[in-house]
Design a protein around this ligand. Structure first.
Ligand SMILES: Cc1cc2nc3c(=O)[nH]c(=O)nc-3n(C[C@H](O)[C@H](O)[C@H](O)COP(=O)(O)O)c2cc1C
Ligand code: SF4
Length: 374
């Protein structure tokens, strides 16, 4: 497939064990369709910088077979972090360049998720909210009370953070608009009931962020990615409802990649961290349809991926990539073992939930089956 925006390198050798042909977008080459999903590991120091443990955590999950290694949940400001051990953008980010260099040297593209949790609603620790309607009303009121000046300040903070991170060597900049974070609720018609321009076009805030990044950083040498929750309450209805927003961003033209996630943290975590019973790669059909419908986007799918043979043997769109979370927590060689036909040697995630350290009241990530996470 060749189109004006995505080049598929048909002459390149796929990585061993995969039939994926590298994709080039804006001078950035995706060599593998498998990515390490954004994971907030709770391993930042009190200045919001990566600790040696976090650097090791990411180094273990970088390599030629991992197209992108994302740092999860990097807040645009220390006031908008989700927990005390979260990364944030600040004046002093001395050791970040070493980290992006290390990930690149190991063979992956360094990716980063730019996030903001601006709410007085304390993130729930329980698996499910006791009162969905009370939360929805609370979030609606917060969004509607924001002044234009406050919104524009947040837009600037997103832009400045993204540009800073590009300067530090990140090649995939993922704006986090999923899971009920600020950009997730603000762009959602369920929460945003504003009557001004930001309510009439709920995607406007994103378009302003994308334009700001392009103005300050130019458009080459980084992939601009957006993570959104597709499945929030009902898969079919939610997917249909998102199509209008996706069309809006598609015609705007600044975005390169759309990354799917699911769920809203403060309603229920069951869609964010799907249980085994949802099945392997259960979002494949709806996201493959979207990837065909919007071919100028690179698409990224996430959730319950534990069998790469199934993916390699399926007829999937060439612009479809996959982020893998817990399978790579349980075994940092998960991808290479699958591609090298050593599936029987994979240390498998057993869905014990120990990695959800925030819900468990732990300061940072742990894994029930992998004592050597970092
Ligand atoms: C411990 C943990 C931390 C996570 N942190 C983030 C995060 O910072 N940002 C994000 O968008 N998703 C985060 N996620 C969600 C994952 O990116 C992914 O969407 C989810 O785990 C489902 O994929 P999986 O079934 O491959 O694990 C986290 C998941 C886990 C298990
Ligand atoms: S802690 Fe449990 S659920 Fe999380 S990755 Fe490890 S085995 Fe899987």
């Amino acid at each position: 497939m060749t189109d004006p925006k995505i080049t598929i390198r048909t002459n390149d050798q796929p990585i061993v064990g995969s039939n994926f042909l590298p994709i080039i977008r804006k001078n950035v080459t995706l060599k593998s369709r498998y990515f390490f999903a954004p994971i907030n590991a709770g391993l930042a120091d009190s200045y919001g910088n990566p600790t040696p443990e976090l650097i090791s955590f990411h180094a273990k999950r970088s390599g030629e077979e991992i197209g992108v290694n994302y740092l999860g949940n990097v807040s645009i400001h220390k006031d908008y972090v989700t927990n005390d051990t979260t990364l944030f953008v600040s004046e002093n980010m001395d050791n970040w360049q070493g980290m992006t260099q290390l990930i690149s040297n190991l063979g992956s593209l360094p990716g980063v998720q730019v996030a903001c949790y601006k709410s007085n609603y304390k993130l729930i620790r329980k698996w499910k909210n006791k009162d969905d309607n009370a939360y929805i009303q609370f979030a609606q009121e917060e969004i509607n009370a924001l002044s234009i000046k406050e919104i524009n300040t947040l837009v600037h903070q997103f832009v400045d953070s993204a540009v800073r991170l590009i300067d530090l060597g990140f090649k995939v900049i993922q704006i986090h608009a999923g899971h009920g974070y600020f950009l997730s609720t603000f762009t959602s018609p369920l929460f945003n009931k504003r009557s001004d321009e930001y309510g009439k076009d709920t995607m406007l805030v994103l378009k302003r962020i994308f334009e700001g990044i392009r103005t300050k950083a130019g458009s080459q040498d980084y992939i601009l990615d957006l993570r959104i929750s597709i499945y929030e309450r009902s898969l079919d209805e939610d997917t249909q409802a998102k199509i209008e927003s996706i069309e809006n961003l598609y015609s705007h033209g600044a975005l390169d990649m759309l990354s799917q996630t699911n769920g809203l943290y403060n309603l229920s975590k069951r869609l964010m961290y799907p249980h085994k019973s949802f099945g392997h790669c259960f979002m494949k059909q709806p996201i493959a349809q979207l990837a065909n419908r919007f071919p100028n986007f690179i698409w990224n799918l996430c959730g319950n991926i534990w069998d790469l043979d199934d993916i390699e043997q399926s007829d999937i769109p060439r612009n479809l990539t996959f982020s893998i979370g817990r399978s790579l927590l349980a075994d940092d060689d998960f991808i290479s073992k699958n591609l090298d036909q050593k599936k029987d040697q994979v240390n498998r995630c057993n869905f014990c939930n120990k990695c959800h350290y925030y819900s468990m009241g732990l300061p940072n990530i742990a894994c029930g089956v992998n004592p050597n996470l970092f």
